[in-house]
Write a protein that binds this ligand. Structure first.
Ligand code: FES
Length: 103
């Protein structure tokens, strides 16, 4: 069963930006892209860099450490050196608030 956790206000994340959210000692990355809001694991699958320190352009997050890329909506690994997909999580926006759904 999913539990929805309040992350921030909708306008706390600018378009093509990402913020960090911590729950149960786990880091998550919450994105706003031109197509909407998304969430993924907060650490790169390559060497665990914090993705929130990376760069969002369009639907892509680029890791700050070795410039690996992921497709934000699906978590798909898009370029060397990353080859393992990111875990993604559902996001909803209600009353101008952003929520992440976690098990
Ligand atoms: Fe992200 Fe290496 S840690 S690409």
């Amino acid at each position: 069963i999913l539990q929805w956790h309040h992350v921030c206000a909708r306008d706390d994340i600018e378009e093509e930006d990402v913020i960090e959210f911590c729950h149960d000692d786990k880091l998550y990355a919450i994105y706003r892209t031109p197509t909407g809001f998304y969430a993924s694991a907060g650490l790169c699958t390559h060497e665990a860099a914090r993705l929130t320190e990376g760069l969002v352009f369009g639907d892509i997050i680029e890791c700050p450490m070795h410039m690996g890329r992921f497709h934000i909506p699906t978590g798909a690994a898009k370029g060397a050196p990353v080859c393992v997909n990111l875990a993604t999580h559902p996001v909803k926006v209600e009353d101008n608030k952003v929520f992440i759904g976690l098990p």
